[in-house]
Design a binder for this molecule. Structure first.
Ligand SMILES: Nc1nc2c(ncn2[C@@H]2O[C@H](COP(=O)(O)OP(=O)(O)OP(=O)(O)O)[C@@H](O)[C@H]2O)c(=O)[nH]1
Ligand SMILES: O=c1ccn([C@@H]2O[C@H](COP(=O)(O)OP(=O)(O)O)[C@@H](O)[C@H]2O)c(=O)[nH]1
Length: 207
């Protein structure tokens, strides 16, 4: 085990424990409904849901020094350093590897480089669910969610920053994986159940 591997999870090396894992990326703008759909996927198919945002928020809630640094970045709607989030995802995957039927990686990759690094250190996705909603829809949903979510980034200015970053950095991720033929575009404008019927078709086309 080399330097930086003292936790037992070597960030720079592929783990044998993950080599046969089914991996699904769930990508879409802020407030498009990724988390909502992932919950329904877990209910029906029993996959393991890992939300990058939730992992980061758990670290912030822990009150650690690293959490404080992350909170400052997230409050502005910017991206935390790539290695930080990737190592968190990898550790969480390894912890569930022996029992998982497959992983839903929600809210990651946010930029093409994050996808490339994930594949080097973890593995390749078999499907990318592209949860597509209009900017106005996402804005409306987040403003409404912000009334009760308590999320410090569900505020008008930060929502604007998150949307801008999504179009600039994350949309190219979709084009990148489209080239491999693994993207399924989901129209996320309808009701939760209407959206889920498209999601279920995409997942069942895998089996
Ligand atoms: N009408 C409608 N509303 C939805 C749908 N999916 C989610 N919502 C609402 O939109 C809001 C955002 O949904 P989330 O599932 O939290 O969105 P997300 O993409 O995970 O957002 P982040 O956590 O910010 O990444 C929630 O308050 C939901 O109630 C949908 O399919 N239709
Ligand atoms: O790979 C990631 C995923 C999330 N974030 C941060 O976590 C915040 C919340 O992410 P989440 O996916 O929960 O919400 P979204 O922005 O999609 O609404 C983002 O604005 C970023 O600051 C990040 O930096 N890298």
């Amino acid at each position: 085990m080399g330097a930086g591997c003292s936790s037992g999870v070597c960030p720079s090396r592929k783990s044998d424990k993950l080599k046969n894992s089914k991996i699904i990326f769930v990508v879409g703008g802020p407030g498009s409904g990724k988390g909502t759909q992932c919950e329904k996927i877990v209910e029906r198919y029993g996959f393991t849901h890992l939300s990058s945002g939730d992992l980061l928020r758990a670290e912030v809630s822990s009150g650690s020094e690293r959490g404080k640094q992350l909170a400052a970045i997230m409050e502005k709607g910017e991206l935390v350093p790539l290695d930080t989030i990737l190592n968190m995802i990898k550790e969480a995957m390894i912890a569930k590897a022996s029992t998982s039927k497959g992983f839903l990686i929600d809210g990651y990759p946010r930029e093409v480089r994050q996808g490339e690094e994930f594949e080097k250190k973890i593995g390749a996705p078999c499907l990318l669910l592209y949860i597509d909603a209009k900017a106005e829809t996402m804005l409306m949903r987040l403003i409404k969610r912000g009334e009760t979510s308590g999320r410090s980034d569900d505020t008008a200015q930060t929502i604007k920053n998150r949307l801008e970053l999504y179009y600039k950095a994350t949309e190219p991720v979709i084009a990148y994986y489209q080239g491999r033929g693994i993207v399924r575009k989901i129209n996320a404008e309808g009701s939760v159940d209407e959206v889920f019927s498209q999601v279920a078709n995409a997942i069942e086309s895998l089996q």
